[in-house]
Design a protein around this ligand. Structure first.
Ligand SMILES: [Zn+2]
Length: 145
């Protein structure tokens, strides 16, 4: 799986990358096609395709690292704002199928950030019907499984 994966190649040191942090579990490096100045990617060293395959403890490690990197970016590059972004599967816009978190500094002289410009209010009974089975599944498996 990892043989032709660009992020696995970066982890192995075979493909070039501007590394910002490395530990036994994770790597953070500059996105080679940055959306904004300071755009970083945080990846697990092990090949994990997407969030559904991600061990929650490894996810916690990646997010702790992301919090520290966001603080360092804020201090050193002084962006006006910051986004975290994480894509799963083609329909979610995932392009590299090795789990990654984007840390995306934002500057106010650029267009204001929008994901979807038009939003409409959902009735609470509809939301209740939609999420009842998700709530029940979470209660059944608990926070770790
Ligand atoms: Zn990989």
């Amino acid at each position: 799986m990892g043989a032709d994966c660009i992020f696995c190649s970066i982890v192995r040191g075979e493909a070039p990358a501007t590394k910002v942090w490395e530990d036994e579990l994770a790597l953070a490096f500059a996105d080679a096609f940055p959306l904004e100045r300071g755009h970083l990617l945080v990846v697990p060293k092990v090949h994990v395709e997407n969030i559904y395959a991600l061990d929650p403890e490894l996810g916690a490690h990646l997010f702790r690292l992301t919090v520290r990197l966001a603080a360092a970016l804020k201090t050193e590059l002084e962006p006006d704002g910051m986004n975290l972004f994480q894509a799963n599967e083609l329909a979610g816009g995932q392009e590299v199928f090795h789990f990654h978190l984007h840390i995306l500094p934002r500057w106010k002289e650029r267009a204001p950030f929008r994901i979807i410009p038009n939003r409409t209010r959902s009735p609470y009974d509809e939301l209740e019907r939609l999420f009842a089975p998700v709530r029940a599944r979470m209660a059944g498996v608990g926070p770790r499984a």
